[in-house]
Ligand binder design. Structure first.
Ligand code: GAF
Length: 386
């Protein structure tokens, strides 16, 4: 990312002084989609694209923000009960509130920021924004005393309370805890995690962005979560002797028992989640053995499930998945919440160029625009740049 881009705008739009610069990344996820809020496992890593912000306390109670990408300026009082209207500024407002609730004496500041993580591409640009400000506020006003996990939870609470997306913890976790060259297997229930060095010899990991925009707040993301919770509720009602918190606690047999009660749609959604929960663990085993064929096979299975059972795909993403399949790509699937955005593809080096060229030509011929291609660089999580 470009420090000069942030610095020049910060100086121009505020009082000419410089501040501290922070960066938080977006994320990829190898496998484990919609499992985080179901108490399951995910397998993300941070990428080399994200949000960069320059910030300086201003000795008032006013937060003054300048979005370089939107060329928009917003300011609000830190104790304003309503907060700003502009949705991009509400992320910062929510994070400031949550950091205050964690005991940090947050004061006013000036901030300019920009992002190079594509918006609405399923690479978690919003978690990058939240993590960047949570990390910076902790550094500037909290002596870095707030634990990393609390920064993750502050970002998630911002989504829930100030944006209206009832997301899990995967995106903020990856943005805060990411390490260069390593994926992370996270147990979203216990919050235990392990770093996995990821450097598949002879393969490349690449994102292909359909440029179909998803908007989680306006999308049926929360509706998917409600379906999962409904299935858990029905299973719990049938088995009062057991404790069920999330779909993680439910078995295939128990799901079959409530099929008629919950209806086809909720059944299909829960069916996908139970399968996905197993796939993440299978992929971890396969990775430990260097068995990339199995990793890829599971990725294709996830795509099928996300498309047909969870119903979070779209025509364009199914087409990109099809192109990957016919080109002999090892694994390909929708990445992130769905409803648009990217596919993530595990591709053998020797077919990489042909696959990318074919995807561009065929996609453009069908949809009138070329998809964007981002080779994945697994990078460091949130940090202070200078
Ligand atoms: C979005 C959410 F923010 C995550 O918490 C996760 O549920 C993901 O969709 C799907 O795996 O990115």
């Amino acid at each position: 990312m470009d420090i000069e881009k942030v610095r020049s705008r910060f100086i121009k739009h505020f009082d000419g002084k410089t501040g501290n610069v922070y960066m938080s990344p977006g994320r990829i996820n190898l496998i484990g989609e919609h499992t985080d809020y179901n108490g399951g496992f995910v397998f993300p890593g941070a990428v080399d694209k994200g949000i960069m912000a320059e910030i300086r306390p201003n000795d008032t109670n006013t937060i003054q923000l300048y979005s370089i990408d939107l060329k928009d300026r917003v300011e609000f009082d830190i104790d304003d009960p309503e907060g700003p209207k502009a949705s991009w500024a509400r992320y910062v407002y929510g994070v400031a509130k949550e950091m205050k609730a964690l005991g940090v004496d947050v004061k006013g500041f000036n901030a300019a920021f920009y992002g190079d993580v594509p918006l609405g591409a399923g690479m978690s640009s919003s978690a990058a924004l939240e993590s960047c400000f949570a990390f910076a506020i902790n550094d500037l006003f909290g002596d870095n005393k707030v634990a990393k996990w609390d920064l993750v939870l502050a970002g998630q609470a911002t989504e829930h309370k100030y944006i209206g997306v009832n997301c899990g913890i995967m995106d903020q976790f990856a943005s805060v805890f990411g390490q260069e060259g390593k994926l992370m297997r996270l147990d979203c229930r216990s919050r235990e995690f392990a770093y996995f060095p990821f450097n598949p010899e002879g393969y490349k990991l690449v994102l292909i962005n359909s440029k179909v925009k998803h908007e989680l707040a306006g999308s049926p993301y929360n509706d998917r979560r409600n379906s999962c919770e409904n299935v858990v509720k029905q299973i719990a009602a049938k088995h009062p002797e057991n404790k069920y918190e999330t779909l993680r606690d439910c078995t295939w047999e128990e799901l079959e028992e409530v099929k008629a009660i919950v209806g086809e749609e909720d059944y299909n959604r829960a069916h996908f989640v139970l399968g996905e929960k197993d796939r993440v663990l299978a992929v971890c085993d396969a990775l430990e053995k260097g068995d990339y064929e199995t990793v890829g096979k599971k990725m294709f299975e996830t795509h099928e499930g996300l498309s047909k059972e969870y119903e979070v795909s779209c025509e364009e993403l199914d087409f990109l998945n099809y192109i990957a399949r016919v080109n002999g790509v090892t694994g390909s699937r929708i990445m992130g919440g769905g409803f648009g955005g990217c596919t993530i593809n595990l591709v053998k080096d020797d077919i990489y160029n042909k696959f990318i060229a074919d995807a561009k030509v065929k996609f453009a011929a069908k949809y009138g625009h070329e998809p964007e291609v981002y080779p994945v660089v697994i990078s460091q999580g949130s940090h202070k740049v200078c």
